[in-house]
Design a protein around this ligand. Sequence first.
Ligand SMILES: Cc1ncc(COP(=O)(O)O)c(C=O)c1O
Length: 407
Amino acid sequence: MKVNDIMDINKIRKDFYVLNNNDLAYLDNAASTLKPKQVIDAVTYYYEKLGVNIHRGVYRLSYEATDLYEKARQKVAELLNCQFEEAVFTRGASNALNLIALSYGMNHIEEGDEIITSELEHHSSMLPWQNVARAKKAKLVYVPLNEENKITVENFKKVLSNKTKVVALNYISNAMGYMTPVEEIIKLAHEKNAIVILDAAQAVPHIPVNVKALDCDFLAFSGHKMCGPTGIGVLYGKYNLLKEMEPIEFGGDMIDYVGLNEVTYKDPPYKFETGTPIIASAIGLGRAIDYIKAIGFKDIMKHERMLRDELIDKMSQIKGITIHNPNTDTGIISFNINGVHPHDAASVFDEENVAIRAGHHCAQPLMHCLNEIATIRASVYFYNTREDINRLVKAINKAKAFFENFM
Ligand SMILES: Cc1ncc(COP(=O)(O)O)c(C=O)c1O
């Protein structure tokens, strides 16, 4: 049976043990994606065949492990279209976004400066700058969201000023799936000499991201949201910015020279990768990038949008559902079953083996804008099928029917 019109999903799904071993409609991909066996094999290869430290070992196994780790960085650089030296491995997007705020932010922001962010941010994009603003007596300025809760260029212009020093925004919202008009925002911010940080945790796994074309100053993403292992992420930074930034962690592997009262650091990216790096996960991320590229972003986007349209179409026919983002740009759909707490609904979905996310999605300020304490979020990836969508719709109907008895 042809499962869809775009990709050979049946073949792709065979790569995912979790899908093979569970009768599961997995629709929580914005939280984390599943990992294909190719990625697991790459991680296992490191542990089974190498298992040693990198950079410092003068023996064959260490050379090979170093080579695999640095090749993974090269894959990141090619994926983002940046220089090799501009790709810093971190523990994840949160870790990368904190690094920028603690290093660049704490050393460049002064009293009275303004930092632009939005209520549409994941807490990891917003809180590091709340912290900087508090410490430096700077002002956090929020782009007013429009009536659909989107960031628009028009509204961005309203808050951009000569005092703006930093713009920290999501590229794609994890709670609403909207794409921020980052190209124009970056141009406008640069006219004011402000730097732009993109939280691309929901973008890099789903769309082609070209940092040189965008001209963003920093960008962050996580490996585990794009078929890679947990515990690995990337901070992209323009080389001249990374070069002048101070490390935020100090210790092994990041130094050139250490005296009793002085130290010189390695050049980027190494001065930010203190201690034994996340070797196995970086290697796994490199393999995940190969895997995703082989499928191709064009087909990934087409497939996700096809599933999104189908889900929104089917959900729109059910009475008593509020879809918060019917014009979502991606495969992230946020909704509520009126009168039913999202966690209660999620429990019913779980009985049907449908995995979604219920909660505030680490975007509590947005929940105020939506007038909800929490939402249900379904998020698709390339291995999802129309069958998954049908199962969610069935689960929604079941939850509605069940809770209607109590209303
Ligand atoms: C938009 C966005 N930014 C940042 C993060 C934080 O990513 P991590 O938890 O991998 O550090 C997430 C995770 O959900 C996200 O969706």
